[in-house]
Write a protein that binds this ligand. Structure first.
Ligand SMILES: O=C(O)CCC(=O)C(=O)O
Ligand SMILES: [Fe+2]
Length: 432
């Protein structure tokens, strides 16, 4: 956390700190769950009311989709170097059974443990069709089959049965009951034993109190956390649907044009198509993950440092009047390929007081800003990896944009430590 805070230091950050931020964001999501190509055209785009950022045409997108410029998934993945969790879907973990102390069990019963692959829920990445995902998510959202134990959305294994070849719920439940029956044999009398419901039975003679769950068994109440063998722990249903959802995608407009970047939101979702903030990610309808605390602290620190600078350079008593503070509730992560760009625009979908802070990681970017939507009249500044740019107050509605990325300009150690692909990651913090 401490090193994260150092990132916001007006370009004084250490490389290791930027690595951590990009690693954090990369491990949150894949860089491109939609498997769509990153634009390779470098033309400057035109602006319309519908396309305030200036975008490429739908036709161009179609050509690219079928062309050779599509990057494969491995190229897009940043998290492959830093898998956040080992997850597993599509096959059951058949094989030997061990008790938690490492002894092989001879019961012959095979309890299949399935972890849910977070990537299955990240947009349209995987073979599971979007429709299936939506029905799964909707069922989980409405609470059907999900139990009443958590306010988070949870994944139901049974919903994957068709696609992952696991036993049906009935089979599973049958096996579970059979196992309980076997373990209830008198040879255990007098010994301390933990039952699947979490009940500890101490010794003969004491009243046996079995836990009663008003929810059907077979879901969240079956061994949600288990030591499989020494050094191997399974945390089932550990990541909520909410945490699994979202991901980078290429936003577009009603007319089919696309922005020349990939985007994902934290905290709230901002949809360039409707220009609205809402709770749901447009790809999978799930809520975006929260803004990590470390990011919030970075923002606070940057504001503080900016205020110190303003105080030093002006007679103003209260730097808040010049650059108001914010407590961000949205973080937009934009990933630009080396051909990415963003046309001149104003950030006008948030409150007027909202301040905009942007953090750059990876390749440098040319950044334009000015009072008019005129490239020729705009001023230009180079934003390098680790730089933070804040604007608010009088500059709140400044036109700004990224006309180009400086290819392969990212610090080498950053790339090798994070696996960040060529391009630039921008984190923009706003308060709605
Ligand atoms: O990438 C940048 O620095 C600009 C991003 C931006 O302006 C935005 O997300 O509104
Ligand atoms: Fe902007």
């Amino acid at each position: 956390m401490h090193s994260l805070q150092r990132i916001f230091g007006f370009g004084l950050c250490r490389l290791s700190t930027t690595s951590r931020v990009s690693r954090q964001i990369c491990s949150l999501k894949k860089m491109n769950p939609s498997r769509k190509p990153i634009s390779s055209s470098s033309d400057y785009s035109s602006f319309t009311a519908q396309n305030p950022f200036g975008n490429e045409s739908a036709a161009e997108e179609t050509t690219q989709s079928s062309g050779a410029k599509i990057m494969n998934e491995k190229q897009f993945r940043c998290e492959e170097n830093f898998p956040p969790l080992s997850v597993n879907i599509g096959s059951s973990s058949k094989g030997r059974n061990f008790n938690k102390w490492g002894k092989r069990t001879d019961s012959g019963l095979e309890l299949r443990q399935e972890a849910v692959n977070s990537s299955e829920f990240e947009g349209i990445t995987n073979a599971v069709s979007l429709q299936e995902e939506h029905s799964l998510l909707n069922r989980s959202r409405t609470g059907i089959n999900s139990g009443l134990q958590s306010s988070h959305m949870t994944v139901n294994l049974s919903e994957h049965e068709d696609s992952v070849n696991v036993p049906s719920l009935q089979e599973y439940e049958h096996e579970r009951i059979a196992k309980i029956a076997r373990h209830s044999l008198p040879r255990h009398f007098g010994q301390k034993k933990v039952y699947p419901g979490g009940v500890v039975k101490k010794s003969e003679g004491l009243p046996v109190v079995e836990r009663f769950n008003i929810c059907l068994p077979g879901f969240r109440d079956i061994k949600t956390r288990e030591v499989l063998r020494p050094g191997m722990v399974l945390l089932k249903h550990y990541i909520s649907i909410r945490e699994q959802s979202g991901g980078f995608y290429r936003p577009g407009y009603k007319d089919g044009a696309k922005l020349r970047l990939h985007m994902m939101c934290l905290g709230m979702n901002w949809d360039p198509q409707t220009r609205k903030y809402n709770k749901q990610h447009p790809v999978d309808n799930c809520e975006p993950p929260d803004i990590p605390l470390g990011f919030r602290l970075l923002v606070q620190r940057a504001i503080k440092d900016a205020h110190c600078l303003i105080e030093k350079e002006s007679d103003m008593v209260n730097p808040e009047d010049i650059l108001p503070s914010i407590s961000p509730n949205i973080c937009i992560a934009n990933f630009y390929s080396i051909h990415g760009r963003l046309g001149l625009h104003q950030d006008r979908d948030e409150s007027r007081e909202s301040l905009r802070k942007g953090l750059s990681i990876g390749d440098s970017a040319e950044f334009l800003y000015g009072d008019e939507r005129e490239v020729d009249q705009a001023s230009k500044v180079l934003l390098e990896s680790g730089d933070v740019l804040l604007f608010g107050g009088e500059s709140r509605m400044v036109f700004h944009g990224v006309p180009s990325i400086v290819p392969f300009s990212a610090p080498e150690p950053l790339k090798s430590k994070t696996g960040l692909r060529h391009g630039r990651l921008n984190l923009t913090f706003r308060q709605f």
